[in-house]
Design a protein around this ligand. Structure first.
Ligand code: HEM
Length: 183
């Protein structure tokens, strides 16, 4: 069986899981009090500007490259709000790895239906760290950055696992349908 570091209590660079969680929560407090909406929409702006190849996944956003247009697009605002809502759920249960893994795997399965591949999630870590750094400035210390990078690495793995589970499920379903139709 695999060993999840947050469950055994130690994370990278000698920070304990508890220290990591408290650094994540501290930043989330600032975000919720002052910058909730701005962090979500800035995430989408940065994502679209640094990874233009991902835009086509949003039907009405394929050609968006100007900040003003990304900011005012209903689909990007919707995804921004969804990300922030999900992060709030994850951070409320940050100590309960099983629960957040379930939330994210099931969300990964939903992303499969939108044609998102596990590798598409990779951009999320650097994008969120950049956004928090640019909005929070000195309050986002190197230790906060480390804790958020680690959280996002876990989020990316769990979302990607959900996509892969759905790929497998779909493959099995197609095989059964193929067998039935060829009888
Ligand atoms: C950075 C890579 C990502 C890509 C390319 C991506 C792509 C998409 C797309 C194309 C949709 C459907 C279009 C829409 O309804 O807006 C969607 C929906 C959604 N995304 Fe993402 N996403 C990414 C990351 C994330 C992350 C990190 C979270 C949360 C932590 C998230 C949460 C959601 C939610 C909650 C929905 C709505 C699902 C539903 O239909 O119920 N996404 N995403």
């Amino acid at each position: 069986m695999g060993c999840n570091t947050s469950r055994v209590g130690i994370t990278s660079n000698a920070m304990t899981a508890e220290q990591n969680h408290s650094l994540v929560r501290e930043i989330w407090g600032f975000v919720c009090n002052e910058h909730y909406e701005e962090v979500g929409i800035s995430f989408m702006i940065r994502l679209f500007q640094t990874h233009p190849e991902l835009r086509k996944l949003w039907i009405f956003a394929a050609n968006l490259d100007i900040e003003h247009d990304i900011r005012s697009n209903a689909q990007t605002r919707y995804h921004a709000a969804k990300i922030m809502y999900t992060l709030n759920e994850i951070i409320s249960h940050v100590e309960d790895y099983g629960k957040r893994r379930n939330i994210l795997e099931s969300l990964g399965k939903t992303h499969f239906t939108y044609d998102v591949k596990p590798s598409d999630f990779q951009a999320a870590e650097s994008t969120m760290v950049y956004v928090l750094d640019s909005i929070l400035g000195k309050r986002f210390t190197p230790r906060h950055k480390q804790a958020w990078s680690y959280l996002f690495q876990q989020i990316i793995v769990d979302l990607g696992r959900g996509v892969e589970q759905q790929v497998l499920c779909d493959g099995q379903l197609n095989a059964v349908l193929h067998q039935t139709s060829s009888k």
